[in-house]
Design a protein around this ligand. Structure first.
Ligand SMILES: [Zn+2]
Length: 503
């Protein structure tokens, strides 16, 4: 989330929106303290499982196969022992405010012998399921879905699970998120905001960022509506009043970065640097003046390309939706942005747009393996936002650094180390502003030339892959030829904050 720059970023950082749509920033003390101090959503979401049913509604029958990757931030999410290679989702949305029906083909590689394929699914009804066209036993236990074939799946085997399901998606609650997440619908249409664990509300999936996969989406909706998803439009076909839109996301993507929107949206096409395709989708009642705010997207891409290297994906744009609670989210190639923020403070919109764009390099193209490493998303996007704000004349960099310093001084005692925040505080302001300040300290420590080489190599060397803080520290040491162990130990993990390097 990034911002969730206001979802995360903003939420955290404290950006919320006032009644008139203006974005306000609040101090760290008011950030996530109102969130319930409980464990993840798993328990609470069970209570919403009234609509959950399945051919076999009993205890999970996939014992012997992992039902979690063991991430302490999202216990229960994902599953070890499997590598999803691709999801091919065929989704019918007759009414964006109504139920969905879908069939998904999931191509999986077994990394160990599997007694069952265990996935995450919240609510919805599983109508049928097969593995390699053979019937399986289907069982549900809370948000775990288990497909058990007649005989175990050998290690290193690739197989295809086909699951047909339907129902009204139930939102997911998560203590780290600013509101409910998952499949959300408003009067103007539906959209997705899933970080960190909301994808299971509409897609059976290995719902953890450590398992990136390729995606294709075929969305069938009434012909008077627009459907859009991550990636590029590959095919559009209208028959009998219904239009099928097929999108392909050819770069690996984490499940939390899915975007699927259906509703009263206008598509706007533009051209970015090097002729790259830009396409936005906006609520139809967005004024012409507000639409012109989107023109800065190309300039933002161009600016970041000079700093971070070539834009790493095949297209980009904003989905301007009636999202509430108001937050932005860096859904891959198609950032979710609240329409109200184009009607408010345009400087704040510009900052948030830059933040979410920067995530396409840091968070989307390269993705942390664990939620504890979320600073690799948010600190980087925040520092990029500061650089854009300085470049665009919105706020001098030194003022952003000072804000970051204040947060960093107060935040580490409240939220935990930047690279290992407390589980309910992964989107705390310290991960955003405090981490941005850490990156500025690193820039001063190693100098501009090596700092920006590090940022470019970090994006280029790891494109499409998962990363960790250890990886970043190792690359920094390689590029500088210096032992930076003490620097990272102090700046990321110590209880007290040193002075900025005086170099
Ligand atoms: Zn962010």
């Amino acid at each position: 989330m990034a911002s969730m720059v206001i979802a995360a970023a903003l939420l955290v950082s404290g950006c919320t929106s006032s009644g008139d749509g203006a974005i306000q920033r609040k101090g760290p003390a008011s950030t996530t303290s109102s969130l319930p101090d409980s464990d993840q959503d798993q328990d609470s979401s069970d209570g919403e499982g009234g609509s959950t049913s399945s051919p076999t509604d009993g205890p999970l029958d996939g014992l012997g196969s992992p039902t979690s990757v063991g991430d302490p931030v999202t216990p229960g999410a994902g599953a070890e022992g499997i590598d999803v290679l691709s999801y091919d989702l065929d989704l019918n949305v007759a009414d964006p405010q109504g139920p969905i029906s879908a069939t998904v083909l999931i191509t999986v590689k077994a990394e160990q012998e599997l007694a069952a394929l265990n996935l995450d699914l919240h609510g919805l009804t599983v109508e049928s399921a097969t593995i390699d066209d053979l019937p399986v036993d289907v069982s549900r236990d809370g948000d775990e879905l288990s497909l058990k074939p007649k005989s175990p799946i050998p290690q290193d085997t690739e197989f295809v699970a086909a699951i047909s399901y339907s129902g009204d998606p139930n939102p997911v609650e998560d203590p780290s998120a600013p509101g409910v997440i998952g499949w959300l619908d408003r009067e103007s249409g539906s959209f997705v905001a899933a970080e960190p664990i909301g994808t299971k509300a509409f897609l059976p999936s290995n719902d953890h960022p450590s398992d990136k996969a390729l995606f294709s989406f075929t969305i069938t909706a009434p012909e008077n509506l627009t459907a859009i998803a991550n990636g590029v439009l590959a095919e559009k076909l209208t028959e009998n009043g219904m239009t099928s839109w097929r999108y392909t996301q050819s770069d690996p993507m984490a499940t939390y970065l899915i975007q699927i929107a259906v509703g009263d949206y206008d598509l706007i096409e533009a051209t970015g640097p090097r002729g790259m395709q830009i396409r936005h989708a906006v609520v139809r009642n967005l004024s012409e003046e507000q639409r012109t705010l989107l023109d800065q997207t190309a300039a933002q891409i161009e600016f970041f390309e000079t700093l971070f290297g070539p834009y790493p994906l095949d297209t980009y744009g904003l989905l301007v939706a009636d999202s509430s609670p108001e937050f932005a989210l860096e859904t891959q190639t198609l950032t979710l942005m609240p329409a109200s923020w184009l009607r408010g403070n345009t400087d704040e919109f510009s900052r948030v747009a830059a933040h979410e764009l920067a995530h396409q390099w840091y968070g989307d193209s390269i993705t942390p393996s664990s939620w504890s490493d979320i600073w690799l998303n948010e600190s980087f996007a925040t520092y990029a936002e500061w650089l854009w704000a300085d470049h665009a004349g919105i706020q001098p960099l030194e003022d952003s650094i000072e804000e970051g310093k204040q947060v960093a001084e107060e935040g580490r005692g409240i939220y935990g180390p930047i690279d290992d925040p407390r589980p309910t505080e992964i989107f705390s302001i310290n991960v955003y502003y405090g981490g941005g300040y850490v990156l500025h300290a690193l820039r001063l420590e190693i100098g501009d030339e090596q700092f920006f080489e590090l940022l470019r190599r970090w994006a280029a060397d790891n494109a499409g892959d998962n990363v960790s803080t250890e990886d970043f520290e190792a690359l920094a040491a390689e590029i500088t030829g210096s032992d930076l162990t003490d620097f990272f130990e102090t700046w990321l993990r110590s209880d007290s904050l040193p002075a900025l390097p005086n170099k």
